[in-house]
Design a protein around this ligand. Structure first.
Ligand SMILES: *[C@@H]1O[C@H](CO)[C@@H](O)[C@H](O)[C@H]1NC(C)=O
Ligand SMILES: *[C@@H]1O[C@H](CO)[C@@H](O)[C@H](O)[C@H]1NC(C)=O
Ligand SMILES: *[C@@H]1O[C@H](CO)[C@@H](O)[C@H](O)[C@H]1NC(C)=O
Length: 360
């Protein structure tokens, strides 16, 4: 304890007390109470399609799933990032792209992994999970080459024992102390030669259905992997970790029905990620907790900052005073950049000037 007794502590000016309380030393994933929990017993907030942004950098692409980049996501408390690995046309390069690199190309896999590494290096008490959908059908060694190049291989956790069973997970503190605090899942990775730290997702994690277009569609039942469909309680008893997809796609069809790219239903996000209204996260998470007999390990959201979704995750973790997080706006819109704010300000100035001029 920094202060020898409570009385001394209370005598300190309020500003110093606040600084001491927000010092995250001794916390794991933003709370001291999570350090002793096994990895699989913590609930993590996930940013679905983490690198695919709906902001100025993508011209506010409707294929974007997040308003803030992966660095901001992590600083705000997100601890699961998902992405899709694809090849740009006529290329073997590995990029992170949404569905196709023609639609939304967020750059190379290596650069994105390096962004994660930079954040993890400056946040040494944090355990982070990556889930890479391997749309490029890259081999394990092609993927690990990018991990090596980005400096993430040495931070990655390798499971002990047979890779085809779930296991007794280490606590967050153990992962942190051993320096292997990045957990990596890749669905359907069969060629994992030389890639022991890229875990085949389906040996460890099950998911509910992710294709929901109506807020009454959500289900907690296993949708993937196929061998656990209809056997949710068995998946739980065999130690598979529940990943709860909780995001809404816009209704497809109509004019664009020949070319349906699923886009997030952004207008409904305040309810989807919130705590009231049809299909809200708070109620849905409790329903899954009830069904599973345990809280979901992962809650995957679009536009993670809205809701805010992290409030539900904190409640499930019993965390009431998170430390070391950077606040992010909960507004259901992209942050305004300097340029956009400047142009609004100029507009704000010019309108009165124009009006004044008109009066002359
Ligand atoms: C947090 O507190 C510890 C002592 O309790 C101190 O050593 C460390 O420098 C502090 N960190 C920050 C970022 O203030
Ligand atoms: C992420 O977004 C923040 C805020 O907009 C920005 O300052 C930062 O440079 C971005 N980081 C990366 C790696 O793009
Ligand atoms: C988004 O979801 C709401 C609630 O179901 C619905 O009213 C609205 O039409 C949806 N928007 C789109 C673009 O699908």
């Amino acid at each position: 304890m920094l202060f020898s007794n409570l009385a001394t502590f209370l005598l300190l000016p309020a500003a110093i007390r606040a600084a001491a309380v927000s010092n995250s030393t001794g916390a794991c994933n933003n709370s001291p109470s999570l350090c002793s929990k096994p990895y699989d017993q913590v609930t993590y907030l996930g940013a679905h399609d983490s690198p695919f942004l709906r902001d100025e950098s993508t011209d506010f692409s409707t294929s974007g799933n997040q308003y803030y980049n992966s660095t901001v996501q992590l600083s705000a408390g997100v601890r699961l990032l998902t992405a899709q690995v694809q090849n740009p046309e006529d290329s073997n390069a590995l990029h992170v792209c949404h569905t196709s690199c023609d639609l939304l190309d967020a750059g190379t896999l290596r650069d994105w992994l390096a962004e994660v590494r930079t954040w993890m290096e400056s946040n040494p008490n944090e355990v982070v999970t990556l889930l890479l959908v391997n749309g490029a059908e890259a081999t394990g060694s092609a993927l690990t080459a990018q991990y090596e190049a980005a400096g993430l291989a040495s931070l990655s956790y390798t499971p002990s024992g047979s890779s085809s069973t779930s296991q007794d997970w280490p606590t967050l503190q153990t992962l942190i102390d051993s320096g292997t605090r990045l957990i990596n899942f890749v669905p359907d990775l069969n060629d994992d030669s030389g890639a022991a730290y890229l875990m085949n997702q389906w040996n460890y994690v099950f998911e509910n259905d992710y294709e929901n277009t109506s807020p009454t569609d959500y289900s907690c039942e296993v949708n993937r992997p196929a061998n656990f469909v209809g056997r949710t309680s068995e998946a739980i008893s065999k130690g598979r970790m529940p990943l709860m997809n909780h995001f809404l796609y816009a209704q497809s069809g109509g004019e664009n029905s020949l070319f349906t790219i699923q886009e997030p239903n952004a207008t409904y996000t305040p309810t989807t990620n919130g705590d009231s209204g049809t299909g809200n996260l708070e109620t849905a998470a409790d329903a899954c907790k009830q069904e599973y007999g345990r809280a979901p390990s992962f809650i995957l959201t679009d536009f993670f900052n809205v809701g805010p979704a992290i409030a539900t995750v904190d409640r499930l973790n019993g965390v009431s005073n998170p430390v070391g997080r950077r606040r992010v706006s909960t507004a259901n819109e992209a942050p305004s950049s300097g340029a956009a704010a400047m142009s609004r300000m100029m507009w704000g100035l010019s309108v009165p000037l124009l009006c004044a001029y008109a009066l002359l």
